[in-house]
Design a protein around this ligand. Structure first.
Ligand SMILES: [Zn+2]
Length: 364
């Protein structure tokens, strides 16, 4: 069996939220928007104005910082939510995970309105649920469909901090390297399609071509074609390529980095980028390509090595990772040796390259 999953529609545009009702009324008449204060502040006026003169209704609900069982239950029990045709997430990962849980458990339509381009969560069919204190993930619910619609206002993205678009690029840049590892590693279950690998490749090409320009555009808070291309890569291609292929060391080591001291302070895509450099070393990519990747990371403020994300001793972290990641569900997708000594060696070598790149000591 082969499988491809996509969201129903995907829109990116400058000031696009004022067109919400026109584009979304095919999904129902009663819409509920769930978001935190910051996300609703930057979007509510435009969304509400799109309902003027239409026969659709809207309700805005404050919440969704953390997707835990009590918050999903609180929101599910709100009268307007029970009566809604369509649940709309506004903002970041928390409101998207909660909206997915609420919509999918009640069979309602689902719309994603991310206010940053920091991750590939908007298009995915996965909803993460955290413990009540947010310390760990207690379940990752996989649905059989992606959201009905994803809508991203590039003006809002351009006005978000640069760190967020950079993190999205860290996550997106890893997509092709990880997808290719999975593609080469023919495992049981649904086979990876040529389409998925082509999407991964397009994702990488866009970030390589437009990544720096998009980063500068966000610095200047200006919407440019390059920025909108990177939004497409970060939010659509990264998730459609990644979900329809798979993950390897980028996410395996990147997710594990959340367990080191200070690792939690880094964003998902930032940690994945550190994992990507290690994967490139393990899989013996040309040194020039690895160094270019480290330079790209430095240019957009991404961490590139363990020493960038923790004050812990790098050797000790490398040794621990080498031992603890042997059975990791993403690492097993690699087609190369990642036995404890080899993996910790690659982590230390990434550190060496990053340290010496700064000193301009690397000689080809
Ligand atoms: Zn990711």
């Amino acid at each position: 069996m082969k499988r491809l999953m996509f969201p129903g529609t995907f829109y990116v545009g400058n000031d696009i939220l004022k067109d919400f009702t026109k584009l979304a009324s095919c999904y129902g008449k009663k819409f509920v928007f769930i978001g935190d204060e910051v996300s609703l502040n930057v979007s509510k006026d435009q969304l509400a104005s799109s309902f003027e003169g239409s026969d659709c209704e809207c309700t805005f609900i404050l919440g969704g910082k953390l997707c835990c069982t009590s918050e999903v239950e609180r929101i599910s029990n709100i009268e307007e939510v029970k009566n809604a045709d369509c649940i709309c997430a506004v903002g970041g990962g928390g409101s998207m995970d909660i909206s997915k849980a609420v919509a999918w458990e009640s069979g309602k339509n689902l719309v994603m309105i991310p206010t940053t381009a920091s991750s590939d969560a908007p298009c995915t069919f996965v909803s993460l649920r955290y413990s009540e204190d947010g310390a760990h993930i207690i379940s990752d619910y996989m649905h059989y469909k992606c959201p009905e619609m994803v809508m991203i206002d590039s003006k809002i993205v351009a006005n978000a901090p640069t760190r967020l678009i950079a993190a999205g690029m860290g996550d997106a840049m890893a997509t092709w390297y990880e997808g290719t590892a999975c593609y080469r590693n023919k495992k049981e279950g649904p086979q990876i399609t040529e389409t998925a690998i082509a999407l991964c490749e397009m994702c990488k090409k866009i970030i390589q071509r437009d990544g720096l320009a998009a980063y500068e555009a966000v610095k200047a808070k200006i919407v440019t074609p390059q920025l909108e291309n990177v939004v497409e890569a970060n939010c659509f291609l990264s998730s459609m390529g990644g979900l329809n292929s798979g993950n390897a060391c980028g996410h395996g080591f990147g997710d594990w980095l959340a367990s080191v001291e200070g690792g939690h302070d880094y964003l998902h895509g930032e940690r994945v980028f550190v994992g990507l450099i290690v994967q490139m070393i393990l899989e013996k990519y040309p040194m020039e390509e690895i160094l270019n990747m480290i330079e790209f990371g430095r240019a957009v403020g991404l961490p590139v090595c363990v020493g960038d994300v923790t004050k812990e001793d790098v050797k000790e972290v490398a040794e621990r990772a080498g031992k603890e990641l042997q059975d990791d569900h993403f690492m097993v997708n690699l087609n190369c040796d990642y036995s404890p000594n080899v993996l910790s060696g690659a982590i230390l070598y990434a550190q060496y390259l990053a340290d010496n790149l700064e000193d301009e000591m690397i000689i080809f």
